[in-house]
Design a binder for this molecule. Structure first.
Ligand SMILES: [Zn+2]
Length: 259
């Protein structure tokens, strides 16, 4: 779950200039070569594509409070009436909140030199003045993690040395993988889109989010399910996100008539 919000992903685009099937205006997905995780949400993108993706996926600065911006959630989060309550729930879920220039959920597992888990540090990074709906998106990831019970995949694992400093653990088994990230993000995007639609968000906002959903749909199919060739990955998706197909069909029904 990072791009200015969510599971962090690094997308390396080998070139954007070659001919590629056009998925969305200005976004050519077939050159997404590699995803690497950094946190729940999507971020650290290759610069050439970052600008384009930010238009469709990122947490952005919220608007001034009006009846409409508060209703749809595009208002600055701090000025939304539910802000304090949402923050309270995030903290109650065990997450510390820190200000950053990106919004994403970070789950850091710290182990000793023998690999025993010492602690798990759960942090939600938020941008100041981002939209309330972006906070809801991140909260969506936190809710998703509750599906894993005691087996939440950390976003990274670090070893604590005797002097207290940290380094990357040699064993990263069980850490959120790229393909798991794409399934999780796609699920959260679908859920978010439907939530915004049901509350009567503006067409502009829905279209922005639909672009993000379409992007993650491609990533989900290609990386998440290996174009259907991986039974293991399909099974993982089925185990943790059995509602993804239902959400997807609702999403398709909505976008068909979205004008
Ligand atoms: Zn996300």
């Amino acid at each position: 779950m990072r791009s200015a919000r969510c599971l962090s992903i690094i997308i390396t685009v080998s070139t954007l200039t070659r001919q590629a099937p056009r998925l969305l205006d200005g976004i050519r997905l077939s050159h997404i070569g590699d995803f690497r995780n950094k946190g729940y949400c999507f971020g650290n993108l290759n610069k050439s594509i970052t600008t384009q993706l930010k238009l469709t996926t990122g947490a952005t600065t919220g608007k001034n409070p009006t009846l409409e911006t508060i209703h749809e959630g595009s208002v600055r989060m701090e000025q939304h009436p539910e802000y304090e309550e949402t923050i309270k729930q995030i903290k109650a879920a065990g997450f510390e909140i820190r200000i950053s220039n990106e919004a994403y959920v970070d789950v850091k597992e710290v182990v000793d030199l023998n690999g025993n888990v010492l602690r798990v540090e759960k942090v939600l990074y938020v941008q100041e003045n981002m939209r309330y709906l972006d906070l809801e998106h991140e909260f969506g990831h936190i809710k998703q993690l509750q599906r894993f019970g005691n087996t939440i995949p950390p976003t990274h694992r670090m070893v604590e040395r005797s002097d207290g400093s940290l380094k990357n653990a040699p064993n990263q088994q069980g850490v959120l993988t790229t393909w798991q990230n794409t399934i999780t993000e796609y699920h959260n995007r679908l859920d978010e889109f439907i939530r915004l639609y049901e509350r009567g968000a503006s067409l502009e906002l829905l279209k922005e989010h639909a672009q993000g959903v379409e992007l993650w749909l491609q990533a989900y199919r290609k990386k998440g399910l290996k174009d259907g060739y991986s039974q293991t990955q399909k099974q993982w998706s089925q185990n943790y996100f059995p509602d993804i197909h239902e959400l997807q069909s609702r999403y398709f029904d909505i976008v068909k008539v979205l004008e």
